[in-house]
Design a protein around this ligand. Sequence first.
Ligand SMILES: N[C@@H](CCC(=O)N[C@@H](CS)C(=O)NCC(=O)O)C(=O)O
Length: 226
Amino acid sequence: MKLFIGNKAYSSWSMRGWLACKQSGLPFEEVVVPLYSDEWDRRREGNEFAPGGGKVPILWDGEDCVIWDSLAIIEYLNEKTDNKLFWPDDVHARAMARSMAAEMHSSYAALRRECTMNIRRIYPDAKIGPEAQADVARILQIWAEARARFGGLGGGDGDFLFGAFGAVDIMFAPVVTRFISYSIPVPPFAAAYMKAVIEHRFVQDWIASAQEEEWVIDQYEIAPEG
Ligand SMILES: N[C@@H](CCC(=O)N[C@@H](CS)C(=O)NCC(=O)O)C(=O)O
């Protein structure tokens, strides 16, 4: 498999696609194409980016199978690994997990607009507007519900929302890094969950690579002012 992604410092959807590939345990080649660079423009004109409308992540499995869009990549890799590694076994937990992943995929526009992902930065005094604050409140609410109902799944004594690291954590990992970058206050259960996500080895690998990148995109380096 071959996964095309953007900058690890900035590209949140790429992070999800990449974490999904890591979670699958299947071998894949990663190709980082820095967003809005000359190489980016060149690649976008080529056949490899075309199926996804020129966006990343885009996953090729051989020459005939292409999956674009982070959630579709998760579902494809879930099927390819016999439905064992991404979603909870319990049907009610799985229903909630899928709802949360879908909500993450389709929502929180204000948070995403105001607090663009920048893994290399921490803004201690970031001020976010009321709509982004509402997004944060909603995310904390569904994290709390999942944690209360399904946190102990599989006898898990960790701090993940559904017992073990999976699709929901992959979808929310760039939210966790945003909450840290923009110093968003969170209750203790959420801090514990965020720590579990950040300390996961795949997330650590991604962050380490992001720290080493030298590309800078000015528009993603601005702290929000509410
Ligand atoms: N819904 C898509 C979003 C993909 C997306 O917007 N990717 C961004 C990078 S984070 C991108 O390629 N932006 C470049 C552009 O829109 O020109 C997904 O889930 O993968």
